[in-house]
Design a binder for this molecule. Structure first.
Ligand SMILES: Cc1ncc(COP(=O)(O)O)c(C=O)c1O
Length: 370
C-alpha cells in the first residue's frame, strides 16, 4: 500500500471510472462531463459564492500548469524557494526568460512574512510571487493568509501558488487569500491516478494573460481556460481521468469518502471534514514519531497536513523503508539533499485513520526488527 507523498492509493471505484467506454471529445457527453467538474472544483479551491475566479482542467501534470501560469505572467517574478518544488517555479520562470529574484528560505521552514516584505520592498516591483503552499520535499506548509497579508500592501503583484499536495487535503480559500493562479495535479490529496491538472485563476490574471505575448500553444493558459469555460478542450483530453475526477469530486461533496464519525455531512461541511481528517492523521503521525524519539523536520506549526517529513535521527532510512516494504507498505526516503536524513509518510487522499494505525503498527515492528 502506497503511503508515499503521491501518487497515493486510488479507490477501486475511481479506477473503474478510468475504464469507462470512450466518448468523443467533441460530443455532448464530453461537454456534460466537463460541466460536472466545476461545482466540486469550486469547493476544492474554496471559492465564495460570488467569486469571479475561474476553474479549469488541462491534460498535463502540475509542472505543465506551473509553466502555463508563468506563460501568462508579466516579466518580473519573485520566487520563494524553500524546497525542491518551489525551486522548480524559479527554474521554469528563468527558462521562459523572466527576470527572476529568488528568496531563499531554509528547507523545512515557511517564508517569514517580514522577509517576504523586505524582498518585495528592496527588489520589487514584481508582477508575481511564486510559492508552494505545501512543500512535498520537506513536509512544510506555508500559511497563505500570512502571505496574502503582506501582498495586500503590494497590490500590483499577483500570487501564484502550487497547491499540489495541499488541495483536497486542506482549505485553499482562493478568494480570501487573494490568489491569482492556484494549481495542482490530482495524484495527491485528490487521490486519482496522475495525468491531469486543475487550476483556478483570478479575473486580473486572465486579463493580464490575454495581453501577454509568446504564450506558446499547448500550455497557453488563455486557450485551455477559455476552452474549459465553454466545456471544451483545445486538444484531446484524458477522458478517463476526467470521469475519475468528476466522480471523486462528487463523492467528496456528498460525504461518501468520509469516516463514519462524519456521516451525513455534505457540501462545504464534507470538504471541511475531509480537511479535519487530514489534520488528525498529521497529528497522529507526529505523535508516533515522538514515541520513537523522532521529530518532524518543520516546526509543528508549519507541518504539512498531508506529508510528514520526519528527521531520521537514529533510523537507517533505507533499511526501514525496505523492512516496511516487506510488510506491504511503501513510504519515501528524504528528497534530494534530505535523502537518508529524513523519511516521508504521505497520509493523504482517501487514506483512513484506521489504515494509518496499521501502517504505524507495521512501522513499530520494522523499527523493532532493525
Ligand atoms: C509540491 C509539488 N509541486 C509540483 C510537483 C510536480 O508535479 P508533477 O510531477 O505532477 O508535475 C510535485 C510532485 O510531487 C509536488 O509535490
Amino acid at each position: 500500500m502506497l503511503w508515499i507523498p503521491g501518487p497515493t492509493e486510488v479507490r477501486p471505484e475511481i479506477l473503474a471510472e478510468c475504464a469507462r467506454p470512450m466518448i468523443g471529445h467533441r460530443s455532448k457527453a464530453c461537454t456534460d462531463l466537463i460541466d460536472r467538474l466545476n461545482p466540486g472544483l469550486r469547493f476544492a479551491f474554496g471559492l465564495q459564492s460570488d467569486s469571479t475566479a475561474t476553474v479549469a482542467v488541462h491534460t498535463c501534470s502540475a509542472t505543465g500548469l506551473m509553466e502555463a501560469a508563468l506563460r501568462g505572467a508579466g516579466p518580473r517574478i519573485l520566487s520563494v524557494v524553500g524546497g525542491a518544488f518551489a525551486k522548480r517555479w524559479g527554474e521554469i520562470a528563468i527558462s521562459l526568460g523572466k527576470q527572476v529574484v529568488i528568496l531563499d528560505v531554509e528547507w523545512g521552514r515557511a517564508v517569514a512574512p517580514a522577509d517576504l516584505r523586505r524582498c518585495l520592498e528592496e527588489h520589487g516591483p514584481f508582477d508575481a510571487v511564486t510559492l508552494v503552499s505545501n512543500e512535498t520535499s520537506t513536509g512544510t506548509r506555508t500559511d497563505l493568509g500570512s502571505v496574502s497579508d503582506v501582498l495586500d500592501d503590494f497590490p500590483g503583484t499577483q500570487l501564484f501558488v502550487d497547491l499540489v499536495s495541499y488541495i483536497a487535503g486542506a482549505p485553499v480559500d482562493f478568494d480570501v487569500n487573494r490568489l491569482d493562479f492556484g494549481l495542482a495535479g490530482v495524484q495527491k490529496a485528490f487521490a486519482l491516478p496522475p495525468g491531469i491538472g486543475v487550476c483556478c485563476v483570478s479575473e486580473r490574471y486572465l486579463e493580464g494573460a490575454r495581453k501577454a505575448t509568446n504564450r506558446g500553444f499547448y500550455l497557453d493558459p488563455v486557450s485551455f481556460i477559455d476552452g474549459h469555460t465553454k466545456n471544451k478542450t483545445p486538444s484531446t483530453p484524458a477522458i478517463g481521468l476526467y470521469y475519475a475526477l468528476a466522480k471523486q469530486l462528487e463523492d467528496i461533496s456528498s460525504g461518501a469518502t468520509l469516516p463514519k464519525c462524519d456521516a451525513g455531512k455534505t457540501g462545504a461541511a464534507a470538504w471541511q471534514a475531509r480537511f479535519a481528517k487530514h489534520k488528525r492523521m498529521q497529528e497522529r503521525t507526529a505523535t508516533w514519531a515522538t514515541s520513537h524519539n523522532l521529530e518532524l523536520l518543520p516546526p509543528m506549526a508549519e507541518a504539512s497536513p498531508t506529508v510528514s517529513c520526519i528527521r531520521a535521527g537514529h533510523v537507517d532510512v533505507a533499511a526501514f523503508a525496505a523492512a516496511l516494504k516487506t510488510k506491504g507498505f511503501e513510504i519515501s526516503n528524504g528528497y534530494g539533499p534530505l535523502k537518508g536524513a529524513t523519511f516521508r509518510i504521505g497520509h493523504m487522499g482517501d487514506h483512513t485513520e484506521a489504515g494509518l494505525e496499521t501502517l504505524l503498527q507495521a512501522a513499530d515492528e520494522a523499527l523493532g526488527e532493525l
